[in-house]
Design a protein around this ligand. Structure first.
Ligand code: AMP
Length: 460
């Protein structure tokens, strides 16, 4: 049984979806005004593994993400760069999706753009006005937080505490904490509405989108820790008020920050590394491994040193699978007297791995059980105590773990053969270029192969 830490109840709870084995999972997507950084990647890799694991356990998961493609930040960046805001948003949305594909984040079933759900957003705002939870002013439509006594239940604050420190710069609002559902605008991207031209507030796009695809109640809502307040709090207020049904979400899950020197990596602090820049230096699986080496709720302090450690950890796994491939082609015995002990070791590791994953997706613990296992198997390989049949099982087991966590631990033979063939083609072409004294191109091939740790020695 899987246990999930629920931010709402501040407890680990047994995971039980609302409808049989169907899981409706929504994670807040990015605001697309710039390249995504590795802090974003941390959150999305974590939820990628959560979705993978739920699927592995037999759940049928529908994973939905919104794309915030209209927002103050987008409009500001567009005016700074002289671009059209929606074009700018499309450009960075495409880059975001490309980054996610490179990182192996491939379980999102649907990306839903805010601007393509304006009718749903307007309908939800109308419901909130009709039910007395929202009101119109000259600047927009606002949610009246005093009408929702549960406001603060997710972040464990109460309205009075919240309001002590708040000032109300917009005197037309009833309470300082009332937030915009619709912003009246005619000089920025806008859509027609019963309240005149304007655009949606940030919080309403998520609940309009989730209501459209999931209905008013669903299983998991995720995002980074920074979104608990006010964003997710506002979502609860909107959806539970509009539908009259509680709870909107069964399990609220939040990822810890990726920090730099103790501070959250963010665009506004300027301490960020884009996903693209990182991937110039390290392969995507190293970053994935780095992310999974910490529990998804804990902070990660980004450092080159830990990234290097991840790289060596990963290499140990690849090294083992390569060794296994070689041994399977050698003349070691099919079976031997250590098989039973090794079978038990696989069973024990499997149990530890799944116990850790079942316990709120504890990937660092799960990985450490794999490393204990690798240590023992390597020792027995060195002592020539392994048989072909056990090595086949080990390979299968490691492959299975890799699939769950999103790694190709076992490079299958045909992939390896194709890579070898490609290197041969490149070296042949390079030889021909050298014969024609096209040294610039031939040097480029050599230098790019060297980047992949493939060294070519010229004979003359
Ligand atoms: P944004 O585009 O800023 O709304 O962020 C998209 C998602 O990335 C949200 O779930 C954020 O909580 C998450 N996020 C942003 N920065 C970080 C960070 N430094 N560490 C972890 N998650 C982050």
């Amino acid at each position: 049984m899987i246990k999930v830490y629920n931010t709402l109840t501040r407890k680990k709870e047994l995971f039980k979806p609302r409808q049989g084995n169907r899981v409706k999972l929504f994670v807040c997507g990015p605001t697309v005004y710039d390249n995504s950084h590795i802090g974003h990647a941390r959150t999305y890799i974590s939820f990628d593994v959560i979705a993978r694991y739920l699927k592995y356990k037999g759940y049928s998961v529908f994973y939905l993400q919104n794309i915030t493609d209209v927002d103050d930040k987008i409009i500001k960046r567009a005016s700074e760069t002289g671009k059209d805001p929606l074009e700018l948003a499309r450009e960075f949305e495409a880059k975001y999706i490309e980054d996610m594909e490179t990182l192996g984040v491939e379980n999102v079933n649907l990306y839903a753009r805010a601007t393509e759900h304006i009718p749903e957003i307007i309908a939800q705002i109308e419901t909130l006005i009709d039910k007395g939870f929202a009101y119109e002013t000259e600047s927009g439509v606002y949610f009246d937080e005093s009408k929702f006594p549960d406001f603060g239940k997710l972040s464990n604050r109460n309205l009075e505490d919240l309001n002590v420190h708040r000032i109300n710069p917009d005197t037309s609002k009833r309470n300082p904490g009332d937030f915009a559902l619709w912003k009246k605008k005619d000089d920025e991207p806008n859509w027609d509405s019963p309240w005149g031209p304007g655009r949606p507030g940030w919080h309403i796009e998520d609940t309009a989108i989730t209501e459209e695809y999931f209905g008013p109640q669903y299983d998991i809502h995720g995002g980074g820790l920074d979104l608990i307040f006010p964003h997710h709090e506002a979502e609860i207020a909107q959806m539970e008020s509009a539908s009259g049904k509680k709870p909107m979400v069964r399990y609220w899950m939040h990822t810890g920050f990726l920090n730099v020197k103790g501070e959250k990596m963010s665009k506004s602090l300027g301490n960020f590394i884009t996903i693209k820049d990182l991937l110039e230096e390290y392969p995507p699986e190293v970053f994935r491994f780095f992310v999974l080496s910490t529990h998804y709720r804990s902070p990660i302090d980004f450092s080159q040193e830990i990234l290097e450690q991840s790289q060596s950890g990963l290499k140990r796994i690849y090294k083992l699978t390569e060794t296994i491939e070689d041994l399977l082609e050698s003349d070691i015995p099919e079976n031997n007297s250590h098989d039973l002990k090794h079978q038990e070791l696989i069973q024990e590791t499997r149990k530890n791995f799944f116990e850790a994953m079942d316990n709120d997706f504890n990937t660092p613990l799960a990985l450490s059980s794999i490393f204990d296992f690798i240590r023992e198997i390597n020792r027995d390989i060195n002592e020539s105590n392994v048989s072909k049949s056990i090595l086949t099982d080990v390979r299968e087991f490691i492959n299975e773990i890799g699939n769950i966590l999103g790694f190709d631990f076992v490079l299958n033979k045909s992939q390896a053969d194709v890579s070898d063939d490609l290197v041969h083609i490149l070296t042949d072409v390079r030889e021909k270029l050298r014969e024609k004294k096209e040294y610039e191109l031939s040097d480029e091939i050599r230098s790019r192969l060297k980047d992949l740790d493939i060294v070519i020695e010229d004979r003359n």
